[in-house]
Write a protein that binds this ligand. Structure first.
Ligand code: SF4
Length: 467
């Protein structure tokens, strides 16, 4: 019998053992003591084997199953089929936390020119896939509906296509509304917690236009087509119930709570956003616990904190999400790229923001000459957590990811001791929290976890134990 090496994390409820395939169990102190002195019993061996933590080397099926489970934990970035495009950097608002330092509404030279559009169309023509996702970012992309249409028309040949328009919803001219009406278009906007905090982050036209437009779109399409992301000031976040009420009043149930990103204008105006502290993490936990309570009080609804659900699914349903901000390995410039207003290609939107802030130029190429460059290759050498000395002994490594652009943004380097990074602290906290909840005996917690995992029924227990 081979017992797969496990990494251990001490939780308040016991010792969490996680194998390299991400299988886990919560062990009692008695089991830990037996394991440490080499006194594992036959019954322990049988239990470990039943839970997939031990395998008979002569059992070919089990050995293959283990290899498959290992491979399943690795994310696969294959063909380019996801483009984030910035047809214009101009914007009709001037938000204090703007990550890209947008250009003024009437400034010249911040929109795609004819050559850039032609190059983007050629990139789309050359894609070898039959599915495509394109996200229109800005600036405010709806200032150029003609460019949005031109890109969409170029995608007609794909059997599966999805377009996401990221907009501040300050105005919806008829031409833009007819684009929104397409079945393959989704709308992503910002709703910063409550209407008053939303207003506080913005300058320029009144927030009432945004509120009216969001209400209009939700009533026209239903909430499934629209997502709204709250960007919160960690030093002064709104009251939890007020955020939830604001979202539910618009019929929105997924709340992706993000602290202000340490990019663009935010670097100057929100300096505290470089690192999040215990106060923010405590606020995050209270938020998720309140969502659980409200799901229990009204079981017809499924409120969720989106990032919590993403992390949860990485534990229980590997491969079910394609969230490019949390994956491992996380190579850049392979399956998705960002195309800026001037045709420059960046690996991620955060990389675009860093260049715009003058911090570091992480562009990897351009639309005319491509991005198979030495710079991309060098960056990709740091794109996995697999061989990192801290990650390779961390219980959460099978579920965690790698974000080298985030490290560069915060610390100017990619080789900082992993456990001394905001990325690590954030994920260590979320995974500790998830496992505490997974081993809770509160039926309200079970109900929400089952909803977030889209399970057909509520299980009595989500995590195996060994006593
Ligand atoms: S980044 Fe931190 S939490 Fe994630 S695997 Fe590495 S050590 Fe663990």
């Amino acid at each position: 019998m081979i017992v797969h090496p496990a990494r251990v994390r001490a939780l308040s409820s016991g010792s969490l053992f996680v194998s390299d395939t991400g299988r886990f169990l919560l062990a009692s102190d008695a089991f830990v003591e037996r394991a440490v002195v080499g006194g594992i019993t036959e019954a322990d061996g049988a239990a470990l084997s039943a839970m997939g933590h031990a395998v008979d080397p002569d059992d070919e099926f089990c050995m293959h199953s283990h290899a498959y489970a290992l491979a399943e934990r690795l994310d696969h970035a294959n063909h380019l089929d996801y483009l984030i495009v910035v047809p214009t950097l101009r914007c009709n608002l001037n938000c204090s936390y703007c990550q890209v330092s947008r250009a003024g509404l009437n400034q010249q030279g911040f929109d795609w020119n004819d050559e850039t559009l032609a190059s983007v169309c050629k990139i789309i023509d050359d894609l070898g896939t039959d599915s495509i996702k394109i996200e229109f970012q800005g600036g405010e992309p709806t200032l150029r509906p003609d460019l949005i249409r031109a890109v969409m028309e170029r995608c007609e040949r794909f059997s599966h296509k999805q377009f996401v328009i990221c907009t501040n919803l300050q105005q919806i001219p008829d031409e833009v509304l007819s684009i929104f009406d397409r079945k393959d278009v989704y709308i992503s906007t910002s709703l910063d917690g409550t209407i008053s905090s939303h207003e506080a982050h913005r300058t320029g036209p009144a927030t009432s236009a945004f509120v009216d437009n969001l209400q209009f779109l939700v009533s026209r399409y239903g909430p499934g087509k629209i997502s709204a992301l709250p960007t919160l000031d960690p030093r002064n976040p709104p009251k939890i119930d007020e955020i939830i009420d604001t979202f539910t009043e618009f019929g929105l149930s997924s709340i992706f709570r993000r602290p202000i990103n340490f990019q663009g204008f935010a670097r100057k105006r929100h300096k505290a956003s470089q690192e999040q502290d215990q106060a923010w993490r405590g606020y995050y936990e209270r938020f998720v616990r309140r969502v659980i309570e409200r799901n229990w009080l009204d079981q017809s609804q499924c409120l969720e904190e989106t990032y919590f659900s993403i992390c949860l699914r990485r534990i229980f349903q590997p491969g079910s999400d394609r969230h490019v901000d949390l994956r491992n390995p996380n190579p850049i410039g392979v399956d998705y790229v960002v195309i800026d207003y001037d045709g420059t290609v960046f690996p991620t939107d955060e990389a675009r923001m860093l260049a715009r802030s003058g911090i570091i130029d992480l562009s990897i190429g351009d639309v005319a000459t491509g991005w198979d460059t030495e710079k991309r290759q060098i960056l990709n050498e740091a794109s996995t957590n697999q061989f990192d000395p801290s990650c390779s002994v961390c219980a959460y490594q099978p579920y965690c990811g790698r974000d080298l652009v985030d490290d560069l943004a915060r610390y100017g380097r990619v080789d900082r001791e992993r456990t001394d990074t905001e990325f690590c602290r954030r994920h260590m906290h979320i995974y500790d929290f998830i496992f505490e909840l997974a081993y809770s005996d509160d039926p309200a917690v079970h109900l929400s976890l089952a909803k977030w995992l889209r399970l057909p029924a509520v299980p009595n227990e989500l995590g195996p134990r060994l006593s």
